[in-house]
Each structure stands twice: as structure tokens, then as C-alpha cells.
Design a protein around this ligand. Structure first.
Ligand code: WT7
Length: 629
């Protein structure tokens, strides 16, 4: 952003039913925020004491910018909170996970059952030589075993790196190699739109280039069962059957790593965001409970995949730490028909529903008749995440799904923040288009390049001013990239988003300020797509931009120059799309490819995506003084 700009803010408010506020975990946002600001350490101390620890902390936080430590020297295991605490008490027989397969198959796993499954798989991992600090990569469809695998790693102190099952072999190999994972856990297949996704085949392509992997655990779903390679592969069911039933939770230091999760960088390779045990547990537990206002009888359905941070924090760790029932479903929102989600809400009596704007906009397009067929009266709270929830989508979600009765919690956060940072707390007035205010616990602002707050109505950079418990601690193997987050604007963590505040302090998120593209809620780096394109024989250079799309928020448009002698003949566009799909997976495939003679570049040779984008959108390209002749 070269200069400041003003945004016209529409003032529309929705007041939730006063009863929501009266019973909310945070009944008075303003008071809670003030209490937090008066003494942040006392605030977090009080929340952390609601959880169980093997040993308490010496200090709540230590801040040597840009490095923070939380719950210093405390000892814990996050699974003791997500499992043992509930299984040993009144939640023993309460469903922890309710799973629906695409074909309608259902599995209910109680807290006691999950506790035992996790311990067995944890012992299974140990028998493969996995120990504290070792990395385990998980590449699975949305089945309960995916969550069991994550928790089993946490149980023994192994660091999990979950790779979304929609990624392709190159994306998988890069992530395995960066983390030097010792074991890979996969399923033979996933099911999507009635078709099988050959995860094991995709994984085996990746495994040709991943020397660190010693063993592959395979969950076999197909009948007849696929034959395994006895040299490298181990059957999931066998491993669990042979394992001892009890596995005590490993004693972890608060600052020991819990997991690595890759997120696209604006330049270069994806970044392995590192989260640690203590602060992440406290941050996700607190936000799950307070932002979704979880009560004992609630049934929470977060439609994300555990392969994204949304799933890590609000399917697995946060809700299970609270002790709620979570619903997971394999498959897509409009299969076998556009009523699939609403049928599930009705069948399972879902009370808290958390999804992405791209899904909401898709449902809007299918029309009101689909949700009208089902009884959605159990719904109590509706959440949104991933990109701005535009006012039209807000209205539709609020009226058609929520019946004008459910508060909408639009949550702004990132892989890096680990936990929600902005939302409109249940019971507070809602403003369509605005995510809301920083939660009690987050100190945020909208500032100019030098870090000075911009006035209401003026756009600026969204920043976080103080450390928070679930913040990333580093970028795996590249601490320089971690420090970069705190360097762009003095004294602040720069989120990379543009935003604007109104007079009441509500924040409207406008989108990314850098070269990331958020497609249907998935964060895609331009660099990764460009290098996939360039790896095709016909391509000389490539530049990709995000192009606004009414359904997906943004889609990817690629500009490509071809090698000398190659012409954009028949089928090249399709071939390039196939090539990207094969290498990175369907999420990264450009919606449009345009062939050019040359790309606009700076004199120093950097591709000016900004110029391409302005041309594409019919906008002023801004300062082009650095553009080469
Ligand atoms: C980026 C982070 C956090 C889980 C999903 C994506 C965008 C996220 C919102 C929201 C507007 C949002 C931002 C952010 N974003 N939530 N409620 N309103 N924008 O995680 O892949 O790390 O992406 O998603 O641009 O920086 P992620």
C-alpha cells in the first residue's frame, strides 16, 4: 500500500436476543476487555488455571521481542486435558467425535473411547521408533483416525505436521522434507463426490523424494484391502491391535513444540509455522469456549478439515479441551445434493456451526429451498472464518440459516495466530461486513507504515501489538522468516492484511496486502503456483494474481510466457492446469491462464504482479516508475 485510502463505512447493526448475552461466557465484552488490559498476565493466569498441568508456571509470560515464552517452565500434556480429564470424570460416555462418511456411514466415539484409541496408536507409533521431538506427517482424509493420529503424536511428544488430503505429491514431499518427518500416516483412499482419491498412490510419488521417512502407516478403507509393501508399510489396524492399551501422557514443557503446520509464504517456499504446547492449549481452549460460547450440551460442527489450522484449533484441540461433542464429515457441502449440510445439522442436532464465506455464498446460490427442507432450529451460534464475510452473505446466513435468532461470530485469525483474534463476542451488536473487535486477550490496531494508528474510516495495516499465548514461536528451520513478521512495522506483528476501523472500534478486514491469494478460504502463495507452472516444459515464466470472484472470494489467474519455439496450441491451457493439479493439488489450479509475450517487470527483474492485477481489474496501476522499458 503506497498511500492511505478512505473507505466508506455502512452503518448497519443487528442486536442479538438479550438472552444470549445474559448467559454468555463473556457476558460483557467491554468489561472483560478492560479487565484484560488492566493486568494481562492475571487474565491469562486465571484462564490457564481452569486446565490441568503437571507443574505450574514460574511466570505467565516472558517477552523479549520478538520472542515470547508463555507459562514459563510449566509442564503439561495437551491430551491429558483433551482426553484424560474428561474420560476420568462426568464426560466418560459423552460423544467426543461424531463422524459421518460420504456414504452415510456413521461412527460415534466417546471421550473414553477416544482416550483408549489414542493411547493405543501412541504406543503403536512408539513401536515404530517415534519419540519425543520426532516429526510425524499425517496425510489423510477426514476420518476419525486423522484426529487420533494427531492426538497420539501429542501424547508422546512427537511433533505432527498435517498435510491437507487435497494437496498433491510435490506439495506433500516439500512439507515432509522440510520437517524431516520420520513416519508418514496415510489412508489408502479418501472419498469425494462418490469418487475415490488415491492418497496412497499420491503419497508413493512423494515418497520417491523423501529420504527421512522410515515407515508409512496405512489406514486401509477399501475392500478388498490393498496389499502393503512389507518393507516400508504398516497396517494401521494391525499396529493398533498389537499395541499395549495404556500410554501415559509424556511430560511436555510449555514451550516444547506441539505441531508444525505449513502456510503459504508470499515469497519462497511455504512456511512451517511452529506452535508450542502450553500457550496454544490455553489460547484455543479459551477462544473455543468463549467465542462459540460452548455449553455442556452443545454439538459443534466446524466444517474445515483438520489439515488446516481451523481444524487443528476448532475441531481438535480447542473443543476437545473444553469437552464438547464435535461433528466431522467427509465429503463436500453440495454432495449428493445442496441439502447435505442442512440434513446433517438436522440429523445430529448441531447447535454451533462454523464454516467459511465461500461455502455460505455457494449455498446462497443454490437457493433458500434447500435449507428450508430441514429443521435447523437446534442451531444457536453461527461462525465464519477464512476471508471477509460480505454483508450480503452475512444477511443470508443470519436470516436463512440462523432464522434471525443466532449470533454470527465472524472470526479473524491466521495459521500464525493459532487462535481467534478478532470477533464479535456472543451478545454484542453485530455489524455486517465487520469481523468485530479484538477479543479480550488480543491487542490489535490498524496502522500506517510507521506503526501509527490511522483514524476511523482510513485503511491501513492490521497489526498485533502484544504477544498472545497461541502465537507462532518460529518458522521451522528458518527463524529469519519468523523475525520478518515483527520487522515490517516497528514494534508490531504484521498480519499482512489491510483493514479499516469504525468509530466504535469494529474492524473490517479488506484482504491481503501481499502476494497471498485466499481462494475459497485456502491461503495460496503466488510463488508455489508460479514455480509449478514454470516446471512445465512449455513455460518460460509465470506470474499469478488473485482475481475477485463472487463465489470463492478470489480465484487464481496465471499469466504465462512460453519458451521460444512453443506456441499456445490446442490443449496447452488444460495441460498446464493438469500439471499444477498434479503437483500441488486441486486447490492451487488457476481458473484462468493467459499467454503473454512478456511479463511486466521492474528494472531489477522482479515481476510486477500489481501491474497485471490493475490491468486485469481495470484499475490504476499506481506508481510504475520502476517498470522496465
Ligand atoms: C488469512 C489467514 C484462520 C483460518 C483460516 C485461514 C484471511 C481469515 C478472516 C476473517 C477476513 C480472514 C486473512 C488472514 N482471514 N479469517 N474472518 N475475515 N479475512 O488461515 O490460511 O492462515 O489465512 O485468512 O487474510 O490473514 P490462513
Amino acid at each position: 500500500m503506497e498511500q492511505t485510502f478512505t473507505v466508506k463505512l455502512e452503518e448497519k447493526r443487528y442486536l442479538p436476543d438479550p438472552r444470549c448475552k445474559a448467559t454468555a461466557w463473556t457476558p460483557d465484552y467491554t468489561r472483560a476487555y478492560q479487565e484484560f488490559m488492566r493486568d494481562p498476565e492475571a487474565f491469562w493466569d486465571r484462564i490457564a488455571r481452569e486446565l490441568s498441568w503437571f507443574e505450574s508456571w514460574d511466570r505467565v509470560r516472558e517477552w523479549n521481542p520478538p520472542y515470547a515464552r508463555w507459562f514459563v517452565n510449566a509442564k503439561l500434556n495437551i491430551t491429558a486435558n483433551c482426553l484424560d480429564r474428561h474420560a476420568a470424570g462426568s464426560r466418560k460416555d459423552k460423544p467426543a467425535i461424531v463422524w459421518r462418511g460420504e456414504d452415510g456411514a456413521e461412527r460415534v466415539i466417546t471421550y473414553d473411547g477416544l482416550h483408549h484409541e489414542v493411547m493405543r496408536f501412541a504406543n503403536g507409533l512408539k513401536s515404530l521408533g517415534v519419540g519425543k521431538g520426532d516429526r510425524v506427517c499425517i496425510y489423510m482424509p477426514l476420518v476419525p483416525e486423522q484426529i487420533v493420529a494427531m492426538l497420539a503424536c501429542a501424547r508422546i511428544g512427537a511433533v505432527h505436521s498435517v498435510v491437507f488430503g487435497g494437496f498433491g505429491p510435490d506439495a506433500l514431499a516439500m512439507r515432509i522434507n522440510d520437517a524431516e518427518a520420520k513416519v508418514l500416516v496415510i489412508a489408502d483412499v479418501g472419498y469425494r463426490r462418490g469418487k475415490t482419491v488415491p492418497l496412497r498412490e499420491l503419497a508413493s510419488e512423494a515418497l520417491a523424494h523423501t529420504p527421512s521417512v522410515e515407515r508409512v502407516v496405512v489406514l486401509r478403507r477399501e475392500t478388498p484391502a490393498v496389499e502393503l509393501d512389507p518393507g516400508t508399510e504398516v497396517d494401521y489396524a494391525d499396529l493398533v491391535a498389537r499395541a499395549a492399551p495404556d500410554c501415559p501422557a509424556e511430560v511436555m514443557d510449555s514451550e516444547d513444540p506441539l505441531f508444525i503446520l505449513y502456510t503459504s509464504g508470499s515469497t519462497g517456499a511455504p512456511k512451517g509455522i511452529v506452535h508450542t504446547c502450553g500457550g496454544y492449549m490455553v489460547g484455543t481452549y479459551y477462544t473455543a469456549r468463549h467465542d462459540f460460547d460452548i455449553k455442556e450440551t452443545d454439538i459443534l460442527w466446524c466444517t474445515a478439515d483438520p489439515g488446516w489450522i481451523t481444524g487443528h484449533s476448532y475441531i481438535v484441540y480447542g473443543p476437545l479441551a473444553v469437552g464438547t461433542t464435535v461433528v466431522i464429515a467427509e465429503g463436500t457441502p453440495d454432495y449428493p445434493d445442496p441439502g447435505a449440510y442442512w440434513r446433517l445439522v438436522q440429523d445430529l442436532g448441531v447447535t454451533i456451526f462454523y464454516t467459511a464465506p465461500t461455502a455460505i455464498r455457494m449455498f446462497m446460490r443454490y437457493g433458500d429451498e434447500w435449507p428450508a427442507k430441514y429443521d435447523l432450529s437446534t442451531l444457536r451460534i453461527l461462525g465464519s472464518v477464512g476471508e471477509p464475510l460480505n454483508p450480503e452473505a452475512f444477511e443470508w446466513y443470519y436470516r436463512t440459516i440462523g432464522g434471525g435468532r443466532c449470533p454470527i461470530v465472524d472470526t479473524w485469525w491466521q495459521t500464525e495466530t493459532g487462535m481467534h483474534m478478532i470477533t464479535t463476542m456472543v451478545g454484542e451488536p453485530m455489524k455486517p461486513g465487520f469481523a468485530g473487535k479484538p477479543i479480550p486477550g488480543a491487542v490489535m490496531d490498524v496502522v500506517d507504515r510507521r506503526g501509527f494508528p490511522v483514524p476511523p474510516g482510513t485503511g491501513g495495516f492490521l497489526v498485533i501489538r502484544e504477544p498472545w499465548p497461541a502465537m507462532l514461536r518460529t518458522v521451522h528451520g528458518n527463524d529469519e522468516r519468523y523475525r520478518a513478521y515483527w520487522k515490517t512495522i516497528p514494534g508490531c506483528y504484521t498480519a499482512g492484511d489491510l483493514a479499516v476501523k469504525d468509530e466504535d472500534g469494529y474492524i473490517m478486514v479488506l484482504g491481503r496486502a501481499d502476494d497471498l491469494i485466499v481462494v475459497a478460504g485456502h491461503n495460496i502463495g503466488t510463488a508455489e503456483v508460479e514455480s509449478a507452472l514454470v516446471s512445465h516444459d512449455a513455460v518460460a515464466e509465470a506470474a499469478v494474481i488473485g482475481k475477485p470472484d463472487p463465489l470463492k472470494g478470489h480465484v487464481i489467474k496465471a499469466f504465462v510466457t512460453l519458451r521460444v519455439g512453443v506456441s499456445p496450441g490446442d490443449g496447452l491451457t488444460d495441460d498446464l492446469a493438469r500439471h499444477v493439479r498434479k503437483s500441488l493439488g486441486p486447490v492451487a489450479v488457476p481458473a484462468e491462464i493467459e499467454f503473454m509475450d512478456r511479463l511486466p517487470k521492474t528494472r531489477s527483474g522482479k515481476i510486477m504482479r500489481r501491474v497485471l492485477k490493475a490491468r486485469e481489474l481495470g484499475m490504476d496501476p499506481g506508481d510504475i516508475s520502476t517498470l522496465e522499458e
